[in-house]
Design a protein around this ligand. Structure first.
Ligand SMILES: Nc1ncnc2c1ncn2[C@@H]1O[C@H](COP(=O)(O)OP(=O)(O)OP(=O)(O)O)[C@@H](O)[C@H]1O
Length: 247
């Protein structure tokens, strides 16, 4: 994906401006920066999730496989199928584990029960949850632990085979063990799906990403190889943030 000179306003308030960035296939990109700097706003712009916010204005462009996703003839529902999303708080539906994962496939019109079963199994395997739930697929998604629920939401997002997966602080409500499982998953998944992950946790960014972008006050200050950003940042603001001087 590629964003060019992207700006987003909520009413009169500018949330991000002048953001130009490449998101490379088969890599994960971590977005870091202090609270309110525009990370989530930027993330949500990549699958037009901001469209649902009243009074939002988007300038500049975002391309997916060279196609502008904000062009007037583009259906945002199709964009969201290609660019999936996982949120901070896991949000299983009050349905069975199976139906939680099958949900997007059913919406997309899949009716074949064999195809559904295969797709659900594949998504649960990719989300490293299959072994824990394969004997209880008809139990409620809400009966799972917090970490399992988050992996269920990841499986639900993966079931429709998106090209890109956006993750907005996916571990912030999880304990360290559940967090480690999701981090391992992100490290594995990026081989088959491009990942953009917002995190407050710099160790997490260092562990799971190949590229890191630092946002500050609505601007992308710098983006580069994760190892470089954390050892030799080019900008003073980045250095101050990663060394804990603010934020
Ligand atoms: N729906 C909204 N309506 C109005 N202003 C908003 C909305 N969402 C975000 N903002 C504002 O836009 C700016 C960027 O917010 P955003 O949530 O993108 O930052 P963030 O870096 O993700 O912060 P955090 O780490 O705290 O989640 C903030 O000033 C915020 O108050």
């Amino acid at each position: 994906m590629h964003a060019t000179d992207l700006s987003i306003h909520y009413g009169a308030k500018k949330a991000i401006a002048g953001v130009t960035i490449d998101v490379f296939e088969h890599e994960s990109l971590a977005l870091i920066g202090p609270s309110g700097c525009g990370k989530s706003t930027f993330l949500r712009s990549l699958n037009r999730m901001n469209d649902t916010v009243e009074g939002v204005k988007v300038g500049g462009s975002v391309e997916l496989d060279g196609e502008p996703i904000y062009a007037p003839d583009v259906d945002p529902v199709l964009v969201r199928r290609r660019v999936g999303m996982v949120f901070q708080r896991s949000t299983p539906f009050p349905k069975s584990i199976f139906e939680n994962v099958a949900y997007g496939l059913r919406i997309a019109g899949q009716r074949d029960s064999r195809v559904l079963a295969e797709s659900v199994e594949r998504a649960l395997r990719r989300a490293a949850l299959w072994d824990e739930v394969k004997d209880r697929l008809s139990d409620s998604g809400m009966s799972l632990s917090g970490g399992q629920q988050q992996r269920l939401c990841i499986a639900r997002a993966l079931a429709v085979e998106p090209e890109v997966l956006l993750m907005d602080e996916p571990c912030s409500a999880l304990d360290p063990i559940a967090t480690a499982k999701v981090e391992d998953l992100v490290s594995d998944l990026r081989r088959s799906v491009t990942i953009v992950i917002v995190t407050h946790n710099m160790q997490q960014a260092a562990r799971v990403s190949q590229k890191t972008g630092f946002f500050y006050m609505g601007r992308l200050v710098e983006v580069g190889d994760t190892s470089t950003i954390f050892t030799r940042p080019r900008h003073r603001e980045t250095e101050d943030y990663i060394t804990g001087r603010f934020g």
